[in-house]
Design a protein around this ligand. Structure first.
Ligand code: SF4
Ligand code: MG
Length: 328
């Protein structure tokens, strides 16, 4: 993605001019074949919108999207249909995303006739295979969604996403609607499918716990912008951006009783329709200066491709001496 932006019309109010909310603001990033990239942020950060822009489920307001070197920003018609097969999504809420009047066979089989015009006997065979792939008995194909538990329904959603033979799978908070006890099972399933099928994955999440175990790199979003992008170990072991540091510090502690070293996030996410000037994080940042209030930080690319957007990242992380700016 290059300089991707997405604007939505904001809520209408009397006596004020119509505003637009910039849900995604000039985002550039690359998803590498075979990797799992996590996009993390609070709700309202634009992470789901960014995911949908990458898949061309939404059209960008500005900027360009490429897939395997081909620009797909304006793809339409049969090319867009083909892209729909290769770029698939798993939704957050397995309850809302499955049609209650359709059997599992119809739900999972739908992409097979839609995209591949597959006839019934072949389709039944393929649905049975897909159910087995996601760990459900093939004999349950005639049942309806309400007959399944939350975790099982998410498995049906995954089977449907796999039916068209995708190369890239976007999980939009794929486990956050599930019981904690079931989350790990679905995460493990996604992990094993990724290796088995050679998938590339983009996982959108607001919690860090889930992505630690399943992602290679993490993009941290704040009010429509990526503030830090790094490998999962860098993000968790040595976060550079104050917002990432706060997110890590406010994540549930792995070891109870451990002291928090970084101040927790203070205050709420500012109104995305009227974002703060300068650095958008300045209203909540413990390190804020006048420069931060006035000047928007530019994204710096460090050795190894790590990215951070903060005027003071070097100051703040002075004791971490290994980090160097890559030559231009
Ligand atoms: Fe904080 Fe300033 Fe860095 Fe923004 S630019 S994150 S306000 S130190
Ligand atoms: Mg969302």
């Amino acid at each position: 993605a290059r300089d991707l932006s997405k604007l939505f019309p904001g809520p209408k109010k009397l006596f004020t001019p119509a505003r637009f909310v910039t849900a995604v603001d000039r985002v550039s990033l690359a998803v590498m074949p075979g990797e799992t990239l996590a996009i993390v942020g609070e709700s309202g950060s634009g992470k789901s919108t960014l995911g949908r822009l990458l898949l061309r489920l939404l059209a960008a307001s500005e900027g360009r999207v490429f897939y395997q070197g081909e620009e797909i920003t304006h793809a339409s018609g049969s090319r867009l249909n083909q892209l729909r097969r290769e770029l698939q999504i798993i939704f957050q809420d397995p309850f809302a995303s499955l049609n209650p009047r359709m059997t599992v066979e119809q739900i999972v089989g739908e992409p097979l006739w839609l995209h591949q015009n597959m006839k019934k006997p072949d389709r039944q065979y393929r649905v049975a295979e897909l159910l087995k792939t996601v760990g459900l008995p093939a004999a349950w194909a005639g049942r309806y969604p309400h007959e399944f538990s939350g975790g099982q329904r998410q498995r049906i959603g995954i089977a449907r996403a796999l039916a068209s033979g995708p190369k890239l799978l976007l999980g939009d908070e794929p486990v956050s609607a599930l019981d904690v006890s079931v989350q790990a099972q679905v995460v493990n399933l996604l992990e094993s499918l990724k290796h088995q099928l050679g998938l590339t994955m983009v996982i959108v999440a607001h919690g860090l716990a889930v992505i630690r175990h399943m992602s290679d790199r993490v993009a941290v979003m704040y009010l429509g912008q990526i503030v830090e992008l790094a490998t999962v170990d860098e993000i968790f072991d040595a976060p550079l951006h104050p917002y990432t540091q706060a997110l890590i510090a406010s994540a549930p502690q792995m070891q109870p009783g451990m002291q928090r070293e970084t101040p927790l996030l203070q205050g709420d996410l500012p109104n995305p329709a009227n974002p703060p000037s300068g650095c958008r994080f300045h209203t909540r940042c413990p390190y804020v200066t006048d420069e931060c209030r006035q000047v928007e930080p530019i994204t710096q690319v460090l050795d190894g491709g790590r990215q951070v957007s903060c005027h003071r990242w070097q100051d703040i992380n002075r004791d971490r001496s290994v980090i160097q700016i890559a030559p231009p």
